[in-house]
Ligand binder design. Structure first.
Ligand code: SAM
Length: 343
């Protein structure tokens, strides 16, 4: 028998990026717009805010004096990242809706200092964000592998690569609040399917508080949030050949006290009809008619625990900032929940 040469060891590149959007994503925008703009109460899902300009505007929102969630969540991470690193012993951080990963660095620092960090997996719809943050982070953390996934986390969670050791799945920024309650629990169940016995979810949630504070956070004095809200109309004009006049719509942010969520809407300043060319769709707006562009649910401890429980998860520890504005919840699968799917 001939001696066989052992295969060459395969060296993993520091950066690997996969995109799962392309044509399917354009169809999803078209489907969402057709569905949303023909409803009795018009609506466009918030994921369509985030083209490169929308992502840049969101970064500016995070710096605004009225927008406390980013600062509060960062404070929690700065105080507690070391503890989170110890509790989880995580080798990998998967981050859903990773954006610029600016707060994430606090967590990466702690995992790095603990000596466990090996891989970061950012998942975001905005391609430029995933690419830029991959190259920045591999520079900042020598030896770190970044496996970027350009994808819609509502449709492509199964594309998250198999775990490379104990993992944290982080969903920060309060983005979970963009889901209405039923979809939120369904989505948490899908996240739970990414977790094995040694893995954790780290979930950022904005907390219920004085409506005036909440409304100011979504309607700042400089008008950056208004610009961010109207940016979705630019996306529709560019991607679907719509002819929205941005000045025809004003930004509205109201706290719905019954559901305890903020609603962002665009209100038509005058009665008019716009056309979405690619869908051959005329859309009539009456004067004062409002179109919903985002809900952002606010949480109590009971609401978070109810959602975790419905998703087969259990609380490990909850952390809040010094003013009690925001919560970061560390959770894991309940012992009797079925094992990680596909891994
Ligand atoms: C509110 S920002 C939060 C960014 C960052 N995690 C933070 O805490 O500052 C939401 C991020 O989620 C991304 N995003 C929104 N909907 C998404 C979806 N359906 N799939 C993947 N990414 C999405 C956006 O591109 C954006 O980067």
């Amino acid at each position: 028998m001939e001696a066989q040469t052992p295969p060459e060891p395969v060296l993993e590149a520091a950066i690997r990026i996969e995109s799962h959007l392309e044509d399917a994503d354009e169809r999803s925008l078209a489907d969402d717009v057709l569905d949303g703009l023909t409803r009795p109460f018009k609506e466009i899902p918030p994921k369509h805010f985030y083209d490169a300009r929308g992502a840049e505007l969101f970064d500016r929102i995070c710096e605004l004096p009225e927008y406390y969630p980013t600062r509060a969540e960062r404070e929690i991470l700065e105080q507690r990242a070391q503890e989170i690193a110890q509790l989880t012993g995580a080798a990998e951080l998967v981050e859903l809706g990773s954006g610029t990963a600016s707060k994430t660095r606090v967590l990466l620092d702690a995992l790095n200092a603990a000596g466990t960090l090996r891989r970061y997996v950012p998942v975001d719809v905005t391609e430029s964000m995933v690419r830029e943050c991959a190259s920045e982070l591999t520079d900042e953390y020598p030896g770190l592998y970044v496996h970027g996934v350009i994808a819609d986390f509502e449709r492509h969670l199964d594309r998250v690569p198999p775990a490379a050791g104990a993992r944290i799945v982080a969903f920060l920024g309060g983005t979970i609040g963009n889901f209405p309650p039923g979809s939120r629990r369904r989505f948490l169940r899908e996240i739970a399917a990414l977790l094995g016995r040694d893995d954790h979810l780290l979930l950022g949630t904005d907390l219920v508080k004085d409506p005036a504070v909440l409304e100011a956070a979504y309607d700042d004095a400089q008008g950056v949030t208004a610009e961010f809200n109207r940016n979705v109309l630019r996306v529709l004009n560019r991607e679907l050949g719509a002819d929205f006049e941005l000045d025809d719509f004003e930004h509205v942010a109201v706290f719905d006290r019954e559901h305890e969520w903020i609603e962002m809407r665009l209100r038509a300043r005058r009665a008019h009809t716009t056309h979405v060319r690619d869908l051959d769709l005329p859309v009539r707006f009456e004067e004062g008619e409002e179109m919903r562009t985002e809900i952002s649910a606010k949480f109590t401890d009971a609401r978070i625990d109810g959602d975790l429980s419905a998703a087969g998860l259990e609380l490990v520890q909850r952390f809040t900032d010094s003013d009690g504005l925001f919560a970061l919840t560390l959770a894991r699968r309940r012992a009797n929940a079925p094992a990680r799917s596909s891994q």
